[in-house]
Each structure stands twice: as structure tokens, then as C-alpha cells.
Design a protein around this ligand. Structure first.
Ligand SMILES: CSC[C@H]1O[C@H](OP(=O)(O)O)[C@H](O)[C@@H]1O
Ligand SMILES: Nc1ncnc2[nH]cnc12
Length: 475
């Protein structure tokens, strides 16, 4: 190849023709199946002769048992390429043969065809058989199959799909399932898909919406999931959906009707529930007061540290609750937030040119009352930039759960430390939040894309390992 000067058109033509001759020779004379497959690709991509390509793929599959060619021919049959007629049943035969010949993508396609509901019933649904193909594909490192299996366990596979209501899982309790919902299996397949590099299997992003973000409407058709945990019930149902292709789960921190005040929020159940449905990341919003002149109302802050002024809140999972984890957990709290998730939020805010501070210490007070002036002045002296009522223990529990957690704060007021200025009240907070809610929503949606597109996941493992290393357990 190095002898060719590909810039010259004639030489390019000659090169391409010779390539065809080489492939024909290797396939028909030397009878090398891998070269026959290349010949099929050549006829398809260079010559655009789909009929001939189909013939080559078909015979290479049948005569030489070459799995990848079975996959190709199966795909041709599925979409009617090279013959003008789609034939899913015939496609399935070739996917099955490809799978027998150890081509994991053929197993995936066979599994998908058998488990899907075919509109014209050309392929008879056979979920157990399809499941086995998907399992074989996943076992053979086909990450999409692992991701798909995870989805099957997440929702369950109903015997009669017509009885199934995708938007109200609690209505599906009494129907027959071919595969019962099983969150543990769902999680383990998602993890495998993630380890094999399927980005959407890795990122399952929880969004905790705070005040003013109780019902952010980020999904078109959310699925409501009721989850209970060893620590009690979360603030509301989890809303599952997809944001620009990324699986996400939204939870209203105070409940969708804002029925729980900050110290009554069951933070443990909220975080546990998100973890239970497979979230790897949690991005949270919070409405905050400013303790610093430069942190102006209307701006965003990607918080990087906290001061805890709460009391009596349950702030560990490791308290011997039945069904909870065992041992005593002394978790390092610096850095408190996940740097990767923080970076994603910051990058998103920068890209949109939104006013944003990329660092800030938040003082979380007990509430529900706001601070007194003396307290507010003290929080300033302590080095706080912001004040709210919810970041602790949420961030702590997310860290204990091994999740990647970051919060985007929206500054709504100057609390009550400024001279000659009226102190904060709820209506000011909500009005300021409503005015700027689009900024928070845009930043969250964009950060989700950034996190999902990253293929570098060691930080997710590091979060888990940190927890493991922090547990003292004496038998
Ligand atoms: C509505 S005023 C005080 C309230 O607002 C903030 O809520 P969140 O953090 O959930 O956005 C603040 O923390 C207080 O809970
Ligand atoms: N000033 C403030 N204090 C506590 N929480 C808040 N949330 C919004 N503004 C706040």
C-alpha cells in the first residue's frame, strides 16, 4: 500500500480495482472466509452492488459458517437491502446462524427480534429464547445487549404487552410477567454494559429538584415508579424518562407538592431510592441565599464545600437499620462533591454564558426558619458564600452511597446581612427562582450530555472504593 500515491486519480482507480481482484482471488481461489467477507464489504461500500454483496455474504455464511457474514446478510434481509423486500423471519434465521457461529452482534439482533413486538407478527415473539440470545451476546462483550437486558429487568417483560401500562408501574402489579422486574439484575447488567463501554448503560442520572424545581417537566412521558427503601419512603414517586437519549430519574426533594420541610425530608430514602434504580450520578438544584456581595441573585453557583449547621438529621446509612449496610462508616468529606460532576455543570454554564461561580461554600442551616441577622453575619465570617437548608445531609449520603453528586445552586436573595435591606422571605425566593429556572434546567440538561458522553469512568469506581475503605466492620 505504501507504494501508492493516492492523490492521483488514475492510481486510485487502479488501486481500487486491484483490491477487488485481490479479494476475489482470496475468496474464490484461496477460499478464505475472512477475505470473502471483505469482498462483500467491497461490493457494498465501493461498488454499491448490494445484490452481489448479498450473494457473497449469504454464501460466506452458509458455506463457511462465517458469523459476521450471517449478521450482514441478516441485516440485508431485515431492511430489504439487495432484494427490495424486508423479510424479518428470514433475517432471524441468519442472525441465529451468526450467533451459533459466535458472532455476538448476531446474537444481539436475534435477541432483539425475538423479544420485540413485531407489528406484522412476521416473527413470533419468544421472550425466553430471545433472552438467551441477549445473554449470550452480553456474555460475549456485546455491551448493547447488556444495556437492553438491564432495561428488561428494570420494567419487567409482560406476558401480554397490551395489559402493561408503561406510565403507571403500580398498575402492573397484578399482571403476568415473562421476566419479573428485578432491580438488582437490572443494575448488574447495566454495570456490565457500562464496563464494556456502553455510555448509556453507565450514565443513569438522578436529578433532585429543589424549591422551584419540584416539577421541572424535563420529560415528555415520564414513568412513575414507587420505590420504598429500608429507610422509609422517598419524598415522592421517582419519575423515569430519557433526556436526549440518556436515562434519567427525577425526584422532587420536598415532594411534588412541596409537602416536606427541609428537616422532614427523608434524605436517606431519597438517595437510597435513586441508587436502587441504578443511578450512577445525582445532580441537584438548590435555591440559596447569598452571603457574599459578589454572589448576586440570579447567578448560578457550582458549590464545592459545605458547613453543616443542621442538627438531628439522619446523616448516615450505617446505623444498623435492618436492610441497610453493615459496619461503621467514617467517610472523608474532602472533596465533598464529585469533581467530575461539578466540572460538567461548570462547563455547561460556561458554554451558555450564564453568570456562574464555579466554587462556593454553602452553609446549610436547620430551618425551616431563615437565619437571624447575627447568624447571617457569623456565617459570612466563617467563609460561607451561600446559605440554604438542604445540602446537608444530601451530599453526605450521596457520597456514602458511592454516587457522583454535584449541586447547582441558584442565588435567590442576600439573606439578611446587608445594611438597610429587607431580609429574605419565601415569596422573594420563589419569584427569583422562577425568573431564573431556565438557567438551572439548561445547565442540568447539558451537564447530563457531558457526563454521558464521557467514556472515562474510573471516578465512578473511585467513589465506591472510597466508601469501602471507610467502613470499619468487626465481626
Ligand atoms: C423556599 S425558601 C427555603 C428553601 O429553599 C431552598 O430549598 P432547596 O434547597 O430544596 O432548593 C432552601 O434550602 C430551603 O429549603
Ligand atoms: N436566605 C436563605 N436562607 C436559607 N435558605 C434559603 N434558600 C433560599 N434563600 C435562602
Amino acid at each position: 500500500m505504501s507504494g501508492y500515491d493516492l492523490k492521483k486519480e488514475e492510481e486510485v482507480k487502479e488501486f481500487v480495482e486491484n483490491l477487488g481482484i485481490e479479494y476475489r482471488f482470496g475468496c474464490y481461489k484461496e477460499k478464505k472466509p475472512e477475505v470473502c467477507h471483505l469482498l462483500g464489504d467491497y461490493l457494498e461500500a465501493i461498488k454499491k452492488d448490494f445484490e452481489k454483496a448479498a450473494t457473497v455474504f449469504k454464501s460466506n455464511c452458509l458455506d463457511y459458517n462465517y458469523g459476521k457474514s450471517c449478521l450482514k446478510y441478516g441485516n440485508y434481509k431485515l431492511i430489504g437491502k439487495g432484494s427490495n423486500k424486508s423479510d424479518p423471519a428470514e433475517a432471524l434465521k441468519y442472525f441465529e446462524k451468526g450467533c451459533e457461529n459466535n458472532d455476538p452482534t448476531s446474537c444481539l439482533h436475534a435477541g432483539l427480534l425475538l423479544t420485540a413486538i413485531s407489528p406484522d407478527e412476521s416473527v413470533i415473539r419468544d421472550v425466553p429464547k430471545g433472552y438467551n440470545y441477549l445473554k449470550k451476546a452480553c456474555d460475549n462483550r456485546e455491551n448493547m445487549a447488556c444495556h437492553y437486558l438491564s432495561g428488561m429487568y428494570l420494567t419487567g417483560v409482560p406476558k401480554n404487552p397490551k395489559e402493561y401500562n408503561p406510565h403507571k408501574p403500580e398498575k402492573n402489579k397484578n399482571i403476568d410477567f415473562l421476566i419479573k422486574p428485578d432491580l438488582k439484575q437490572a443494575f448488574s447488567f447495566a454495570l456490565k454494559g457500562c464496563e464494556l463501554g456502553h455510555i448509556y448503560a453507565c450514565a443513569n442520572i438522578g436529578i433532585i429538584g429543589g424549591s422551584g424545581f419540584d416539577e421541572p417537566g424535563l420529560f415528555e412521558n415520564p414513568v412513575e415508579r414507587v420505590v420504598s427503601t429500608p429507610f422509609g419512603n422517598p419524598s415522592d414517586v421517582l419519575l423515569e424518562g430519557v433526556i436526549k437519549g440518556v436515562p434519567c430519574v427525577i425526584l422532587a426533594r420536598h415532594g411534588r407538592k412541596h409537602q416536606f420541610q427541609p428537616s422532614d425530608v427523608n434524605y436517606r430514602a431519597n438517595i437510597w431510592a435513586l441508587k436502587e434504580v441504578g443511578c450512577t450520578h445525582v445532580l441537584a438544584t438548590t435555591a440559596t441565599g447569598s452571603l457574599h456581595e459578589d454572589y448576586q441573585p440570579g447567578s448560578l453557583v457550582v458549590v464545592d464545600d459545605f458547613i453543616d449547621r443542621t442538627w438531628g438529621r439522619k446523616c448516615t446509612f450505617y446505623d444498623r437499620t435492618e436492610g441497610g449496610p453493615k459496619g461503621v462508616c467514617h467517610l472523608p468529606m474532602s472533596p465533598a462533591f464529585c469533581e467530575v460532576a461539578r466540572n460538567a455543570l461548570s462547563t455547561a454554564a460556561r458554554a451558555r454564558n450564564y453568570p456562574c461561580h464555579h466554587k462556593g461554600t454553602i452553609v446549610t442551616i436547620q430551618g425551616p426558619r431563615f437565619s437571624s441577622r447575627a447568624e447571617s453575619l457569623m456565617h459570612r465570617q466563617w467563609g460561607g458564600h451561600l446559605v440554604n437548608m438542604t445540602t446537608v445531609p444530601e451530599v453526605v449520603l450521596a457520597k456514602e452511597a458511592g454516587l457522583s453528586y454535584a449541586a447547582v445552586a441558584l442565588v435567590t436573595d442576600y439573606d439578611c446581612w446587608r445594611d438597610n435591606e429587607k431580609s429574605v422571605c419565601v415569596s422573594d425566593v420563589l419569584e427569583a427562582f422562577a425568573k431564573n429556572v431556565k438557567k438551572a434546567a439548561d445547565v442540568i440538561v447539558d451537564a447530563i450530555q457531558i457526563l454521558a458522553a464521557s467514556t472515562d469512568h474510573p471516578y465512578l469506581t473511585a467513589h465506591k472504593e472510597l466508601v469501602t475503605s471507610a467502613i470499619m466492620l468487626k465481626e
